[in-house]
Each structure stands twice: as structure tokens, then as C-alpha cells.
Design a protein around this ligand. Structure first.
Ligand SMILES: NC(=O)c1ccc[n+]([C@@H]2O[C@H](COP(=O)([O-])OP(=O)(O)OC[C@H]3O[C@@H](n4cnc5c(N)ncnc54)[C@H](O)[C@@H]3O)[C@@H](O)[C@H]2O)c1
Length: 246
């Protein structure tokens, strides 16, 4: 129970990696706020794991108003802000550059990069104001930030941005006892990859030394490590969890 007594907020908690993270953090003793734009999905996460451990919250990470409300709601319910923040909300709108629409560019930017910025800024501010020490912010980037798949310019750019944001936040927040790290998952079996064409998936499996997609729990376990005091000197890092896919 390495996270006993800790409070966590997980975005994108209604599906995939976010949902698995809620399960693993709760297993390790944390109380978890499962936040998602899709409230029903977040409620399902809470129901599956047990409402004694997980509460659902409607949150749009792309909206400053929604994020500040989430900070206020956490403090109202738990008398303190979370010390663990997991930014897993993310979307793809793939398309080759010459055809990519402004809307698909903006939508991906708003959720993946601006959303990570708003969450990190607002929750770090609350931690500092409430004298929370041993904070841990974990941002979910992607291996696509490094392998730059054609057709994913908008997504890859936001995920590379998440790495830069993480490194700078780690430098700025270290003095407040808040660590900030990023995880770069490879191809993980979640609803997000269901839309990836079979040909692309087969190519990924060929290039992955493990020869299989990852499971959401395999990302969640690394998140739980980074959230815990076991990772007390891990800060500003970008950890690949890809089965060796490069
Ligand atoms: N699945 C993969 O292979 C993979 C690989 C690398 C990185 N990632 C990243 O991991 C994270 C989780 O991906 P996943 O595979 O679990 O995806 P998913 O599609 O299964 O889940 C994403 C969740 O985010 C929520 N969400 C979307 N926009 C939101 C918003 N504005 N505010 C709050 N919640 C919002 C959705 O409702 C959904 O529940 C994403 O950031 C994704 O980019 C995934």
C-alpha cells in the first residue's frame, strides 16, 4: 500500500490508460478522483473499482474554467488538493499534413498540450498554496513524439510539447517538492488504437521486439511507481514504456 493516505486525480479516467491507472493507484492505497469529459465513463470507472476508493468528476482539461472548478471541487471534498496528478486525457485526429484541417489541429492541441499545461499549472498552484509536499505530476506523452509517424503531425507535435513542458515544470516546481515526469507509451491496447488501420498495427507489431501491443495496466504500473516515494529522486524524466519499439 505504497500510496496509502495519498489523493490522486487522473484525467481521461473513463477509458484505457486512465481507467487502468485509477485501478492501480486505488489498489496501492490512494483515494482517486476519476476525471473525464465523459462523466458516465468516469462513473463506470468508479463503479468498477469501488466508490469507497474512486469518485467520478466531469472535467474538460481544455477549459481553464473546468480545471479551476476541479481544483475547487477536490479541496471542497477532501480538504486538500491531490498530491498526485496524472494527465492521461488525450485525443488523435490523424491526417496527412496537406489535408489536415485547422479544427483537427486545434482540437488535438487544446486537449493534449494546453490541457496538460492547465492541469499542471492549476494543480501545482493549489499544492503550493496548501503546503502539500511530495507532489508528483505524471504527463502521458507518446513514443510518437520520437518516431514522428507520417499522418500524425498534430498529435506528435503536442506529445513532443508535453516532454518539453514536463522538463521545464520539473525545473520550476522542484523547489516546492513537486516532481514532474512524462511517460512515452508505445502502442497500447485501448479504444484509441482501435481506429488505427490494421496495416499500421501489423507494422508496429513487426517493429516491436516484444511482438505485441502493451496493456493499459503496464503503463499504469509505471505511473504508480512515479507517483510513489520509490521514485523520490526521479524528476524531469521521459520514460519510454514501449516493449522496445523505437
Ligand atoms: N493507446 C496508446 O497506444 C497510446 C500510446 C501513446 C500515448 N497514449 C496516450 O495515453 C493517453 C490515454 O490514451 P488511451 O489510449 O487511454 O485513450 P482512450 O481514448 O482510451 O481514453 C482517453 C480518455 O480521455 C478522455 N478525454 C478526451 N478529451 C478529454 C478532455 N478534453 N477532458 C477530459 N477528458 C478527455 C476521453 O473521454 C477518454 O475517456 C492519451 O494521452 C494518449 O495520447 C496512448
Amino acid at each position: 500500500m505504497v500510496l496509502l493516505g495519498k489523493l490522486a486525480i487522473v484525467t481521461g479516467a473513463g477509458s484505457g490508460i486512465g481507467r487502468a491507472t485509477c485501478r492501480v493507484l486505488a489498489r496501492d492505497g490512494a483515494r482517486v478522483i476519476a476525471a473525464d469529459r465523459n462523466l458516465r465513463a468516469a462513473e463506470q470507472t468508479a463503479k468498477d473499482i469501488g466508490i469507497d476508493h474512486v469518485v467520478a468528476l466531469e472535467l474538460d482539461v481544455a477549459s481553464l474554467e473546468s480545471v479551476t472548478k476541479a481544483v475547487a471541487a477536490s479541496i471542497a471534498q477532501f480538504k486538500q488538493p491531490p498530491s498526485i496528478v496524472v494527465n492521461s486525457a488525450g485525443i488523435t485526429r490523424d491526417g496527412y499534413l496537406l489535408k489536415l484541417t485547422e479544427k483537427d489541429y486545434d482540437d488535438v492541441y487544446k486537449v493534449n498540450l494546453k490541457g496538460t499545461f492547465l492541469m499542471a499549472q492549476q494543480f501545482a498552484r493549489a499544492m503550493i498554496e496548501h503546503h502539500v509536499r511530495n507532489g508528483s505530476i505524471i504527463n502521458i506523452s507518446s513514443i510518437v513524439a520520437r518516431i514522428s509517424n507520417p499522418g500524425q503531425a498534430n498529435y506528435a507535435a503536442t506529445k513532443a510539447g508535453v516532454i518539453s513542458l514536463t522538463e521545464i515544470a520539473a525545473k520550476e516546481f522542484g523547489k516546492f517538492g513537486i516532481r514532474v515526469n512524462a511517460i512515452l507509451p508505445g502502442f497500447i491496447n485501448t479504444p484509441m488504437v482501435e481506429v488505427v488501420p490494421d496495416k499500421v498495427k501489423e507494422d508496429v507489431l513487426r517493429r516491436c521486439p516484444m511482438g505485441r501491443l502493451g496493456r493499459p495496466e503496464e503503463i499504469a504500473e509505471v505511473i504508480a511507481f512515479l507517483a510513489s516515494e520509490k521514485a523520490s529522486y526521479v524528476n524531469g524524466s521521459a520514460i519510454e514504456v514501449t516493449g522496445g519499439l523505437k
